[in-house]
Design a binder for this molecule. Sequence first.
Ligand code: AMP
Ligand code: MG
Length: 319
Amino acid sequence: MIRRATGPECEATIAEAAALIREGRLVGFPTETVYGLGADATSDTAVAAVFNAKQRPEFNPLIIHIANEDAARRLVEFNDPAARLAEVFWPGALSLILTRRPDCPVSLLAGAGLDTLALRVPDHEIALALLIAAERPIAAPSANLSGHISPTRVGHVAESLGTAIDLILDGGPCRLGVESTVLDLTGDVPTILRPGGVTREELEDAIGPVRVLSEMNSTPSSPGMQASHYAPGLSLRIGARDVRDGEALLSFGRHDLTGCAAECNLSPTGDLAEAAANLFTMIRALDRPEYSGIAAMTVPDEGLGCAINDRLKRAAAPR
Ligand code: AMP
Ligand code: MG
């Protein structure tokens, strides 16, 4: 359902959208860059619904939208360049990658299991009103099917994802129409992982030298997908049909495997969205030195199962 979020009834519409977010439902909303597909960033199941709706073949970390810098400071370790950049560019088209705080309530799935998060304060009245009314961070990738171009008009969102979203807020065409710049502030030198609305020159004017990922590494893989990605400390094997001595079992659906040292079932009923929501939390729960390894059962290679298997393969890769 598309609803205008400007004009006389906009407050009631925003309140309705915020209530949906708090219930774990999906809301399409405008920002100055592109339309976002928003979900409660603190809910694994709401975030799983985002990946499901986008039909992404793997879990990319999502940008977490917050209303202001104070909200960002509650989620991540803010450093000096972050403070300077927030002052100059927020609200605006700049997503900052920073390390999660130990008490960060954001879903591990939203960050694709990384110990970092990309955060942004959008420069758009409707997006900010929604964030304030929802009283929580909103995880929002662009509101399009995976592999399609980003939507800059409400009609694009409806065409691409109409049936998967509970409500789409109409704010007219997006002012910028390009995505935000994604800047990693966790290393020695600030690094642009994705060029976007804020230019390298503008960033350098504010904080000095900035490098661009493609200058260091020309592999086309998405930044979130590189080797630095979270991998368990224990070795993990996939396609397990038995359990070996001392192994912890990451299971899926009903099964008759016995003898594990511990077990987490991604979804006893075989529901892939539930399995996606549990994936990173359960890998972490089983990744303990008292077990000899993690045996992961196979998940059907369809829908969200493709993304789950992609992550399990990466976690199982030799390193
Ligand atoms: P989209 O979901 O279309 O808004 O794109 C989000 C972009 O931000 C993708 O290129 C992600 O790989 C990147 N991203 C988000 N969070 C992180 C993170 N923690 N580390 C690295 N890249 C990130
Ligand atoms: Mg996108």
